[in-house]
Design a protein around this ligand. Structure first.
Ligand SMILES: *Cc1c(COP(=O)(O)O)cnc(C)c1O
Length: 453
Protein backbone atom coordinates (compact mmCIF):
# COMPACT_ATOMS: atom_id res chain seq x y z
CA UNK A 1 0.00 0.00 0.00
CA UNK A 2 1.44 3.38 -0.92
CA UNK A 3 1.44 5.97 1.82
CA UNK A 4 -0.45 9.18 1.53
CA UNK A 5 1.76 12.24 1.12
CA UNK A 6 1.54 15.39 3.22
CA UNK A 7 2.69 18.77 1.90
CA UNK A 8 3.65 21.09 4.73
CA UNK A 9 4.47 24.78 4.58
CA UNK A 10 6.35 26.88 7.14
CA UNK A 11 4.97 29.78 9.19
CA UNK A 12 6.52 32.23 6.73
CA UNK A 13 4.16 30.79 4.10
CA UNK A 14 1.00 31.95 5.90
CA UNK A 15 -0.37 34.45 3.35
CA UNK A 16 0.29 38.15 4.08
CA UNK A 17 -2.82 39.20 2.12
CA UNK A 18 -6.23 37.75 1.37
CA UNK A 19 -7.33 37.46 -2.27
CA UNK A 20 -10.37 39.51 -3.31
CA UNK A 21 -12.07 38.01 -6.36
CA UNK A 22 -14.07 41.22 -6.91
CA UNK A 23 -10.92 42.55 -8.61
CA UNK A 24 -11.13 39.90 -11.32
CA UNK A 25 -14.88 39.43 -11.93
CA UNK A 26 -15.70 39.65 -15.65
CA UNK A 27 -18.99 41.38 -14.74
CA UNK A 28 -19.30 43.30 -11.46
CA UNK A 29 -21.61 42.00 -8.72
CA UNK A 30 -25.19 43.29 -8.75
CA UNK A 31 -25.63 45.98 -6.07
CA UNK A 32 -26.90 45.21 -2.56
CA UNK A 33 -30.27 46.93 -2.01
CA UNK A 34 -31.87 48.64 0.97
CA UNK A 35 -34.91 46.56 2.02
CA UNK A 36 -37.11 49.66 2.30
CA UNK A 37 -36.07 51.95 -0.55
CA UNK A 38 -34.75 49.23 -2.91
CA UNK A 39 -31.86 51.62 -3.67
CA UNK A 40 -28.23 50.43 -3.53
CA UNK A 41 -26.91 50.69 0.01
CA UNK A 42 -23.65 52.35 1.07
CA UNK A 43 -21.21 51.65 3.91
CA UNK A 44 -23.17 53.91 6.31
CA UNK A 45 -26.22 51.65 6.05
CA UNK A 46 -24.23 48.72 7.45
CA UNK A 47 -22.47 50.69 10.21
CA UNK A 48 -24.99 49.79 12.97
CA UNK A 49 -24.22 46.09 12.66
CA UNK A 50 -20.63 45.73 11.31
CA UNK A 51 -17.32 47.41 12.13
CA UNK A 52 -16.14 49.82 9.40
CA UNK A 53 -13.02 47.81 8.51
CA UNK A 54 -15.24 44.85 7.67
CA UNK A 55 -17.68 47.01 5.69
CA UNK A 56 -14.84 48.44 3.61
CA UNK A 57 -13.68 44.88 2.82
CA UNK A 58 -17.25 44.01 1.87
CA UNK A 59 -17.27 46.64 -0.90
CA UNK A 60 -13.57 46.57 -1.86
CA UNK A 61 -12.34 45.81 -5.38
CA UNK A 62 -8.63 45.73 -4.40
CA UNK A 63 -7.14 42.40 -5.43
CA UNK A 64 -5.01 41.97 -2.29
CA UNK A 65 -6.06 42.98 1.20
CA UNK A 66 -3.41 42.88 3.90
CA UNK A 67 -3.87 40.46 6.81
CA UNK A 68 -3.18 42.35 10.06
CA UNK A 69 -0.19 40.98 11.99
CA UNK A 70 -2.23 40.14 15.15
CA UNK A 71 -4.50 38.00 12.95
CA UNK A 72 -1.53 36.22 11.37
CA UNK A 73 -0.19 35.66 14.90
CA UNK A 74 -3.36 33.75 15.83
CA UNK A 75 -3.44 31.95 12.47
CA UNK A 76 0.00 30.62 13.38
CA UNK A 77 -1.67 28.49 16.08
CA UNK A 78 -2.78 26.05 13.33
CA UNK A 79 -1.85 27.50 9.93
CA UNK A 80 -0.55 26.71 7.40
CA UNK A 81 -2.88 23.72 7.28
CA UNK A 82 -1.66 20.53 5.59
CA UNK A 83 -2.47 19.45 2.06
CA UNK A 84 -2.49 15.72 1.41
CA UNK A 85 -2.24 13.54 -1.65
CA UNK A 86 -4.81 10.82 -0.89
CA UNK A 87 -2.82 7.89 -2.23
CA UNK A 88 -4.56 5.34 -0.01
CA UNK A 89 -7.95 6.50 -1.22
CA UNK A 90 -6.73 6.48 -4.83
CA UNK A 91 -5.58 2.90 -4.35
CA UNK A 92 -8.84 1.85 -2.71
CA UNK A 93 -10.73 3.28 -5.67
CA UNK A 94 -8.25 1.93 -8.23
CA UNK A 95 -8.37 5.30 -9.94
CA UNK A 96 -5.73 6.95 -12.12
CA UNK A 97 -6.94 10.30 -10.72
CA UNK A 98 -4.59 12.28 -8.46
CA UNK A 99 -6.64 13.21 -5.40
CA UNK A 100 -5.52 16.07 -3.15
CA UNK A 101 -7.25 17.51 -0.12
CA UNK A 102 -6.63 20.56 2.02
CA UNK A 103 -7.43 19.78 5.66
CA UNK A 104 -9.03 22.60 7.69
CA UNK A 105 -9.98 20.33 10.61
CA UNK A 106 -6.65 21.17 12.27
CA UNK A 107 -8.03 24.47 13.63
CA UNK A 108 -9.00 24.61 17.34
CA UNK A 109 -12.70 24.60 16.39
CA UNK A 110 -12.20 21.72 13.94
CA UNK A 111 -13.22 23.58 10.78
CA UNK A 112 -12.32 26.44 8.43
CA UNK A 113 -14.53 28.93 10.32
CA UNK A 114 -11.84 30.42 12.62
CA UNK A 115 -10.16 31.78 9.45
CA UNK A 116 -12.82 34.51 9.45
CA UNK A 117 -13.84 34.51 13.14
CA UNK A 118 -10.35 35.68 14.12
CA UNK A 119 -10.16 38.73 11.81
CA UNK A 120 -13.79 39.67 12.51
CA UNK A 121 -13.17 39.64 16.26
CA UNK A 122 -9.93 41.59 15.73
CA UNK A 123 -11.63 44.38 13.72
CA UNK A 124 -14.49 44.64 16.23
CA UNK A 125 -12.04 44.91 19.12
CA UNK A 126 -10.05 47.59 17.26
CA UNK A 127 -13.23 49.65 16.89
CA UNK A 128 -14.17 49.41 20.57
CA UNK A 129 -17.00 46.89 20.29
CA UNK A 130 -17.71 44.98 23.54
CA UNK A 131 -19.97 42.20 22.37
CA UNK A 132 -20.83 40.26 19.20
CA UNK A 133 -24.15 38.54 18.53
CA UNK A 134 -24.28 35.78 15.97
CA UNK A 135 -26.12 32.69 14.83
CA UNK A 136 -24.88 29.17 14.35
CA UNK A 137 -26.30 26.20 12.47
CA UNK A 138 -24.43 23.03 13.28
CA UNK A 139 -22.39 24.90 15.90
CA UNK A 140 -19.08 25.32 14.07
CA UNK A 141 -19.46 29.05 13.54
CA UNK A 142 -20.55 29.68 17.14
CA UNK A 143 -17.58 27.61 18.35
CA UNK A 144 -15.22 29.58 16.14
CA UNK A 145 -16.49 32.98 17.23
CA UNK A 146 -16.46 31.85 20.87
CA UNK A 147 -12.78 30.95 20.41
CA UNK A 148 -12.07 34.30 18.73
CA UNK A 149 -13.91 36.12 21.51
CA UNK A 150 -11.65 34.45 24.08
CA UNK A 151 -8.52 35.49 22.12
CA UNK A 152 -9.59 39.13 21.78
CA UNK A 153 -11.59 39.69 24.99
CA UNK A 154 -15.10 40.05 23.52
CA UNK A 155 -18.43 38.81 24.85
CA UNK A 156 -20.12 36.45 22.40
CA UNK A 157 -23.87 35.64 22.21
CA UNK A 158 -24.72 32.74 19.92
CA UNK A 159 -28.23 31.92 18.67
CA UNK A 160 -28.04 28.24 17.80
CA UNK A 161 -30.61 26.62 15.50
CA UNK A 162 -32.79 24.58 17.86
CA UNK A 163 -32.50 21.24 16.08
CA UNK A 164 -28.69 21.43 16.34
CA UNK A 165 -28.84 22.73 19.92
CA UNK A 166 -30.69 19.52 20.78
CA UNK A 167 -28.59 17.19 18.58
CA UNK A 168 -25.19 18.60 19.56
CA UNK A 169 -24.86 19.32 23.28
CA UNK A 170 -21.05 19.21 23.04
CA UNK A 171 -21.02 22.15 20.65
CA UNK A 172 -22.78 24.21 23.28
CA UNK A 173 -20.32 23.01 25.92
CA UNK A 174 -17.48 24.01 23.59
CA UNK A 175 -18.83 27.55 23.22
CA UNK A 176 -19.48 27.91 26.94
CA UNK A 177 -15.97 26.69 27.73
CA UNK A 178 -14.66 29.66 25.75
CA UNK A 179 -16.99 31.96 27.70
CA UNK A 180 -19.76 32.46 25.11
CA UNK A 181 -23.50 32.39 25.79
CA UNK A 182 -25.47 29.89 23.70
CA UNK A 183 -29.24 30.36 23.17
CA UNK A 184 -31.54 27.92 21.32
CA UNK A 185 -33.26 29.67 18.39
CA UNK A 186 -36.10 30.54 17.96
CA UNK A 187 -35.90 32.02 21.47
CA UNK A 188 -38.09 34.31 23.49
CA UNK A 189 -35.28 36.86 23.93
CA UNK A 190 -35.99 38.70 20.64
CA UNK A 191 -39.06 39.94 18.80
CA UNK A 192 -38.12 37.89 15.75
CA UNK A 193 -37.88 34.72 17.85
CA UNK A 194 -41.14 35.39 19.70
CA UNK A 195 -42.97 35.96 16.38
CA UNK A 196 -41.82 32.58 15.07
CA UNK A 197 -42.73 30.79 18.31
CA UNK A 198 -46.19 32.36 18.26
CA UNK A 199 -46.74 30.87 14.78
CA UNK A 200 -45.13 27.54 15.50
CA UNK A 201 -44.16 26.70 19.09
CA UNK A 202 -42.43 23.52 17.85
CA UNK A 203 -40.24 25.28 15.29
CA UNK A 204 -36.90 23.47 14.97
CA UNK A 205 -35.40 26.75 13.84
CA UNK A 206 -33.35 27.66 10.80
CA UNK A 207 -30.30 29.74 10.02
CA UNK A 208 -32.60 32.43 8.61
CA UNK A 209 -34.45 32.72 11.92
CA UNK A 210 -31.28 32.67 14.02
CA UNK A 211 -29.77 35.43 11.85
CA UNK A 212 -32.86 37.57 12.47
CA UNK A 213 -32.45 37.15 16.22
CA UNK A 214 -28.73 38.02 16.20
CA UNK A 215 -29.15 41.01 13.87
CA UNK A 216 -31.99 42.32 16.02
CA UNK A 217 -29.85 42.09 19.15
CA UNK A 218 -26.92 43.89 17.46
CA UNK A 219 -29.17 46.64 16.06
CA UNK A 220 -30.77 47.18 19.49
CA UNK A 221 -27.54 47.63 21.48
CA UNK A 222 -24.85 50.27 20.92
CA UNK A 223 -21.99 48.16 22.26
CA UNK A 224 -22.96 45.12 20.22
CA UNK A 225 -22.24 44.23 16.60
CA UNK A 226 -23.18 41.27 14.49
CA UNK A 227 -20.92 38.76 12.75
CA UNK A 228 -21.76 36.35 9.97
CA UNK A 229 -19.81 33.15 9.42
CA UNK A 230 -20.51 32.72 5.72
CA UNK A 231 -22.20 34.22 2.62
CA UNK A 232 -20.81 37.78 2.70
CA UNK A 233 -17.88 38.98 0.56
CA UNK A 234 -15.60 39.70 3.54
CA UNK A 235 -16.11 36.19 4.94
CA UNK A 236 -15.24 34.58 1.61
CA UNK A 237 -12.25 36.93 1.40
CA UNK A 238 -10.88 35.77 4.77
CA UNK A 239 -11.26 32.12 3.75
CA UNK A 240 -8.96 32.56 0.74
CA UNK A 241 -6.00 31.74 3.02
CA UNK A 242 -7.04 28.13 2.30
CA UNK A 243 -6.62 28.36 -1.47
CA UNK A 244 -3.57 30.64 -1.32
CA UNK A 245 -1.75 28.05 0.78
CA UNK A 246 -3.05 25.26 -1.44
CA UNK A 247 -1.57 26.99 -4.50
CA UNK A 248 1.89 26.79 -2.93
CA UNK A 249 1.32 23.20 -1.83
CA UNK A 250 0.17 22.10 -5.29
CA UNK A 251 3.34 23.69 -6.60
CA UNK A 252 5.36 21.62 -4.09
CA UNK A 253 3.54 18.58 -5.45
CA UNK A 254 4.48 19.64 -8.97
CA UNK A 255 0.83 19.54 -9.97
CA UNK A 256 -2.14 21.82 -10.70
CA UNK A 257 -5.81 20.96 -10.14
CA UNK A 258 -8.01 20.15 -13.12
CA UNK A 259 -10.97 20.33 -10.77
CA UNK A 260 -11.53 22.08 -7.43
CA UNK A 261 -14.36 20.73 -5.29
CA UNK A 262 -16.02 21.99 -2.11
CA UNK A 263 -19.29 21.66 -0.24
CA UNK A 264 -21.49 24.72 -0.15
CA UNK A 265 -23.76 25.90 2.65
CA UNK A 266 -23.34 29.64 2.38
CA UNK A 267 -20.27 29.19 0.20
CA UNK A 268 -17.32 30.23 2.35
CA UNK A 269 -15.14 27.11 2.50
CA UNK A 270 -15.74 26.48 -1.20
CA UNK A 271 -14.76 30.07 -2.02
CA UNK A 272 -11.77 29.73 0.28
CA UNK A 273 -10.24 26.90 -1.67
CA UNK A 274 -11.63 27.84 -5.10
CA UNK A 275 -11.25 31.61 -5.50
CA UNK A 276 -7.46 31.85 -5.71
CA UNK A 277 -7.49 29.19 -8.47
CA UNK A 278 -10.59 30.71 -10.08
CA UNK A 279 -8.79 34.07 -10.12
CA UNK A 280 -6.01 32.40 -12.13
CA UNK A 281 -8.60 31.06 -14.53
CA UNK A 282 -10.17 34.53 -14.90
CA UNK A 283 -6.82 36.29 -15.36
CA UNK A 284 -4.86 33.66 -17.26
CA UNK A 285 -7.53 31.67 -19.06
CA UNK A 286 -6.78 28.33 -17.37
CA UNK A 287 -9.47 25.70 -17.76
CA UNK A 288 -9.78 24.40 -14.21
CA UNK A 289 -13.33 23.31 -13.32
CA UNK A 290 -15.03 24.35 -10.08
CA UNK A 291 -17.66 22.10 -8.52
CA UNK A 292 -19.91 23.28 -5.67
CA UNK A 293 -21.65 20.41 -3.85
CA UNK A 294 -24.84 20.86 -1.87
CA UNK A 295 -27.38 18.59 -0.14
CA UNK A 296 -30.36 17.44 -2.22
CA UNK A 297 -32.54 18.36 0.77
CA UNK A 298 -31.51 22.04 0.54
CA UNK A 299 -30.62 22.47 -3.14
CA UNK A 300 -30.01 26.21 -3.35
CA UNK A 301 -27.76 26.37 -6.42
CA UNK A 302 -29.30 23.45 -8.31
CA UNK A 303 -33.02 24.14 -7.68
CA UNK A 304 -33.22 27.74 -6.45
CA UNK A 305 -33.82 30.97 -8.33
CA UNK A 306 -31.17 33.63 -9.00
CA UNK A 307 -33.04 36.60 -7.56
CA UNK A 308 -32.97 39.35 -4.98
CA UNK A 309 -33.86 38.01 -1.56
CA UNK A 310 -33.40 38.64 2.14
CA UNK A 311 -30.65 36.90 4.06
CA UNK A 312 -32.94 36.18 7.00
CA UNK A 313 -36.48 35.11 7.82
CA UNK A 314 -37.68 38.29 9.55
CA UNK A 315 -36.49 40.44 6.61
CA UNK A 316 -34.12 42.64 8.60
CA UNK A 317 -31.15 42.26 6.24
CA UNK A 318 -30.47 44.08 2.96
CA UNK A 319 -31.52 42.44 -0.30
CA UNK A 320 -28.81 40.58 -2.17
CA UNK A 321 -28.98 38.89 -5.55
CA UNK A 322 -28.26 35.22 -5.00
CA UNK A 323 -29.50 31.72 -5.66
CA UNK A 324 -32.25 31.21 -3.11
CA UNK A 325 -34.97 28.79 -2.07
CA UNK A 326 -36.84 31.72 -0.52
CA UNK A 327 -36.10 33.24 2.88
CA UNK A 328 -39.20 31.55 4.32
CA UNK A 329 -37.95 28.06 3.44
CA UNK A 330 -37.04 25.85 6.40
CA UNK A 331 -35.05 22.83 5.19
CA UNK A 332 -35.65 19.40 6.75
CA UNK A 333 -33.42 18.59 9.74
CA UNK A 334 -30.73 16.51 8.01
CA UNK A 335 -27.31 16.02 9.55
CA UNK A 336 -25.13 18.43 7.61
CA UNK A 337 -26.46 21.35 9.66
CA UNK A 338 -23.92 23.73 8.15
CA UNK A 339 -25.52 23.28 4.74
CA UNK A 340 -29.06 24.21 5.79
CA UNK A 341 -29.26 27.78 4.46
CA UNK A 342 -31.87 29.07 2.02
CA UNK A 343 -29.44 31.31 0.12
CA UNK A 344 -25.91 31.26 -1.30
CA UNK A 345 -23.04 33.75 -1.25
CA UNK A 346 -23.67 36.49 -3.87
CA UNK A 347 -20.14 36.04 -5.27
CA UNK A 348 -20.68 32.29 -5.75
CA UNK A 349 -24.19 32.80 -7.12
CA UNK A 350 -22.87 35.35 -9.61
CA UNK A 351 -20.02 33.10 -10.77
CA UNK A 352 -22.40 30.13 -11.03
CA UNK A 353 -24.83 32.20 -13.12
CA UNK A 354 -21.89 33.16 -15.38
CA UNK A 355 -21.02 29.46 -15.77
CA UNK A 356 -17.68 29.42 -13.91
CA UNK A 357 -18.97 27.28 -11.04
CA UNK A 358 -20.84 24.02 -11.65
CA UNK A 359 -23.22 23.01 -8.86
CA UNK A 360 -24.43 19.51 -8.07
CA UNK A 361 -26.33 17.88 -5.20
CA UNK A 362 -26.27 14.57 -3.32
CA UNK A 363 -28.42 12.86 -0.69
CA UNK A 364 -27.04 12.44 2.81
CA UNK A 365 -26.73 8.62 2.94
CA UNK A 366 -24.55 8.46 -0.18
CA UNK A 367 -22.43 11.26 1.33
CA UNK A 368 -21.98 9.34 4.59
CA UNK A 369 -21.02 6.22 2.62
CA UNK A 370 -18.34 8.29 0.88
CA UNK A 371 -17.21 9.76 4.21
CA UNK A 372 -16.82 6.31 5.75
CA UNK A 373 -14.84 5.10 2.73
CA UNK A 374 -12.62 8.17 3.00
CA UNK A 375 -12.11 7.70 6.75
CA UNK A 376 -11.08 4.06 6.32
CA UNK A 377 -8.53 5.00 3.67
CA UNK A 378 -7.16 8.29 5.02
CA UNK A 379 -7.79 8.06 8.78
CA UNK A 380 -9.76 11.28 9.13
CA UNK A 381 -13.50 11.32 9.86
CA UNK A 382 -14.95 14.20 7.84
CA UNK A 383 -17.65 16.56 9.04
CA UNK A 384 -21.03 15.60 7.51
CA UNK A 385 -20.85 18.77 5.39
CA UNK A 386 -17.42 17.82 4.05
CA UNK A 387 -18.79 14.40 3.06
CA UNK A 388 -20.55 16.14 0.17
CA UNK A 389 -17.19 17.20 -1.26
CA UNK A 390 -15.78 13.72 -0.58
CA UNK A 391 -18.69 12.12 -2.46
CA UNK A 392 -18.23 14.36 -5.50
CA UNK A 393 -14.48 13.71 -5.50
CA UNK A 394 -14.94 9.94 -5.33
CA UNK A 395 -17.48 10.12 -8.16
CA UNK A 396 -15.06 12.11 -10.29
CA UNK A 397 -12.21 9.71 -9.47
CA UNK A 398 -14.36 6.74 -10.53
CA UNK A 399 -15.27 8.57 -13.72
CA UNK A 400 -11.55 9.00 -14.43
CA UNK A 401 -11.16 5.24 -13.94
CA UNK A 402 -14.01 4.50 -16.36
CA UNK A 403 -12.63 6.87 -18.96
CA UNK A 404 -8.99 5.94 -18.36
CA UNK A 405 -7.90 9.54 -17.75
CA UNK A 406 -5.82 10.93 -14.92
CA UNK A 407 -7.05 14.23 -13.57
CA UNK A 408 -5.83 16.19 -10.56
CA UNK A 409 -8.78 16.60 -8.19
CA UNK A 410 -8.45 18.99 -5.25
CA UNK A 411 -11.10 19.15 -2.57
CA UNK A 412 -11.49 21.02 0.68
CA UNK A 413 -11.84 18.81 3.73
CA UNK A 414 -13.36 21.74 5.59
CA UNK A 415 -13.71 20.09 8.99
CA UNK A 416 -13.58 16.90 11.02
CA UNK A 417 -16.64 15.09 12.30
CA UNK A 418 -15.68 14.54 15.93
CA UNK A 419 -18.73 16.46 17.15
CA UNK A 420 -20.96 14.61 14.70
CA UNK A 421 -20.53 11.03 15.82
CA UNK A 422 -24.25 10.68 16.53
CA UNK A 423 -24.82 11.13 12.80
CA UNK A 424 -22.22 8.44 12.06
CA UNK A 425 -23.86 6.14 14.64
CA UNK A 426 -27.19 6.66 12.91
CA UNK A 427 -25.60 5.95 9.55
CA UNK A 428 -23.88 2.77 10.73
CA UNK A 429 -27.16 1.62 12.35
CA UNK A 430 -28.98 2.19 9.05
CA UNK A 431 -31.14 4.88 10.63
CA UNK A 432 -30.28 7.76 8.31
CA UNK A 433 -32.95 8.56 5.76
CA UNK A 434 -32.77 10.75 2.68
CA UNK A 435 -35.27 13.50 3.11
CA UNK A 436 -36.63 15.25 0.09
CA UNK A 437 -37.17 18.96 0.46
CA UNK A 438 -40.80 20.00 0.34
CA UNK A 439 -41.37 21.34 -3.18
CA UNK A 440 -44.60 23.07 -2.30
CA UNK A 441 -42.89 24.84 0.60
CA UNK A 442 -40.13 26.03 -1.73
CA UNK A 443 -42.70 27.20 -4.28
CA UNK A 444 -44.46 29.11 -1.52
CA UNK A 445 -41.22 30.64 -0.23
CA UNK A 446 -40.19 31.62 -3.78
CA UNK A 447 -43.59 33.16 -4.46
CA UNK A 448 -42.87 35.42 -1.50
CA UNK A 449 -39.63 36.81 -3.00
CA UNK A 450 -39.49 40.59 -2.83
CA UNK A 451 -40.31 42.19 -6.18
CA UNK A 452 -37.38 44.26 -7.35
CA UNK A 453 -37.82 46.41 -10.48
C1 LIG B 1 -20.15 26.05 8.33
C2 LIG B 1 -19.63 24.90 7.67
C3 LIG B 1 -19.97 24.61 6.33
C4 LIG B 1 -20.91 25.43 5.53
O1 LIG B 1 -20.54 26.77 5.35
P1 LIG B 1 -19.79 27.30 4.08
O2 LIG B 1 -19.82 28.78 4.27
O3 LIG B 1 -20.55 26.87 2.87
O4 LIG B 1 -18.42 26.76 4.12
C5 LIG B 1 -19.42 23.50 5.75
N1 LIG B 1 -18.59 22.69 6.42
C6 LIG B 1 -18.23 22.93 7.70
C7 LIG B 1 -17.29 21.98 8.36
C8 LIG B 1 -18.73 24.04 8.34
O5 LIG B 1 -18.34 24.29 9.60
Amino acid sequence: MSDSVKYLLGEQDIPKSWYNINADLPVPLPPVLHPGTLQPIGPADLAPIFPMAVIMQEVSVEREIEIPEPVRAVYRQWRPSPLYRARRLEQALGTPARIYYKYEGVSPAGSHKPNTAIPQAFYNKEEGVKRIATETGAGQWGSSLALAGAFFGLEIDVFMVKVSFQQKPYRRAFMETFGARCIASPSDTTEAGRAILAQNPNSTGSLGIAISEAVEMAARRDDTKYALGSVLNHVLLHQTVIGLEAQKQMEMAGDYPDMVIGCTGGGSNFAGIAFPFLGERLREGRNTEFVAVEPSACPTLTKGLFAYDFGDTAHLTPLVKMYTLGSGFVPPGFHAGGLRYHGMAPQISHLAALGYIKPRSYHQTECFAAGVQFARAEGIIPAPEANHAVKATIDEALKCKEEGVSKALLFNLCGHGHFDMQAYSDYVAGKLVDQAYDESEVAMALAGLPSVG
